[in-house]
Design a protein around this ligand. Structure first.
Ligand code: PLP
Length: 358
């Protein structure tokens, strides 16, 4: 029996994809080997790698003047790689701070260049996105970094900022959840373990004119141009994660692509927020204009009930609902592989729990 898994990452993966990977695990395409046991430079694996990239390009309509890199080191690695590649030690860069992840990204960047916080939502306890009109942008900034979806706080930008500097976005927790216009961005990056596949892979989509600017001393595996020149195979890539991501991209295409995911994700999020708002028992603190479709934090009427909520939810097959250790409460992550059926089961359980404990 499969659990209804609301984990924030590593997170639920599509059952059909897991089954396919299981079926071909020991004998991949008649080779007598698993895909993990063959050279990343073999013709067979290169075909997998190229197909995954082509499918991702199709899903996101990635323009031809962008490279797609399949890297390691997670999104956290990119917190350093981005300033190393796009800024010099004396460059000024803008960061928008809307929560734990943007805060971590800007903290890491401070080791590499001059960070200016152009907008800061800390004063609202990270429950909103400061309006673009209030941002204090640095003229000539090497780039502007923001986190379109804060996985812990559950704050999602309802707009793509229009700024002069190249726009850099950490889409770890909302990539592929709906269509985006890639041409608005200089660089997009995303750790795989939410909407893409298994952990161990980080996808970077970078505009060609931003390549070849890495500062002296940048490790080769972190140099975007060196990686692009080698087709992300400067060293051994995480082959299984790359293969699996390719299967997820095919699954997304079969589901109807990102327009279909958008409809589904909107419906799932609306269902859960409606349940929270109508309850008088649960509460989500985020400005309704910036509520995340992917990560929905909520608290109960009394924190003393948290333990029973989690225990009873677990008994009902609803798992991984505890909030991030830094904030407590609950959090339901509703990534692409989480079905409407799972969210419906969650809301039914929540109503029933509130009735008994309210
Ligand atoms: C928005 C965001 N950025 C960065 C990270 C860090 O990713 P990683 O653990 O792959 O380094 C996470 C992890 O959950 C995240 O949600």
């Amino acid at each position: 029996m499969r659990a209804f898994n609301f984990a924030a990452g590593p997170a639920a993966l599509p059952l059909e994809v897991l089954e396919q990977a299981r079926d071909e695990l020991t004998d991949w395409r008649g080779s007598g080997m698993s895909v993990m046991e063959i050279s990343h430079r073999s013709k067979a694996f290169l075909a997998v790698a190229h197909e995954a990239e082509a499918d991702l390009r199709e899903l996101l309509s990635i323009p031809a003047d962008y490279k797609v890199l399949f890297m390691q080191g997670g999104a956290t690695g990119q917190f350093a790689a981005i300033p190393m590649n796009l800024a010099q030690p004396d460059s000024r860069v803008d960061y928008v701070n809307t929560g734990s992840w943007s805060n971590k990204a800007l903290g890491e960047a401070r080791h590499y260049c001059k960070v200016h916080v152009a907008a800061d939502a800390a004063d609202s306890n990270y429950t909103r996105v400061p309006p673009l009109s209030a941002w204090q942008l640095t003229p000539g900034a090497a780039y502007l970094h923001y986190t379109p979806n804060e996985t812990i706080g559950g704050v999602e930008f309802p707009f793509v900022p229009q700024v002069e500097a190249p726009l850099v976005a950490d889409m770890s927790s909302n990539i592929l959840s709906r269509p985006i216009d890639v041409s608005r961005f200089g660089l997009i990056y995303a750790g795989a373990q939410k909407n893409i596949g298994p952990a161990g892979l980080c996808v970077v989509i970078v505009r060609d004119d931003l390549l070849g600017r890495a500062r002296h001393g940048t490790p080769k595996v972190w140099d975007f141009k060196a990686m692009a020149d080698e087709g992300s195979m400067l060293n051994t890539p995480p082959t299984f994660a790359w293969y699996f991501a390719g299967l997820v991209f095919k699954w997304l295409k079969q589901q109807g692509g990102l327009a279909a995911m958008e409809q589904r994700n909107r419906a799932k999020a609306e269902l859960l927020y409606r349940c929270i708002d109508a309850s008088g028992f649960y509460r989500n603190p985020v400005d309704p204009a910036c509520r995340s479709w992917m990560n929905v934090p909520f608290v109960l009427a009394a924190p003393a009930l948290d333990k029973s909520f989690l225990a009873e939810a677990g008994e009902a097959g609803l798992t991984n609902l505890a909030g991030h250790r830094s904030v407590g409460g609950m959090r339901a992550s509703l990534y692409n592989a989480v079905s409407l059926e799972a969210v419906t089961a969650l809301t039914e359980f929540m109503r029933e729990f509130a009735r008994r404990h309210g």
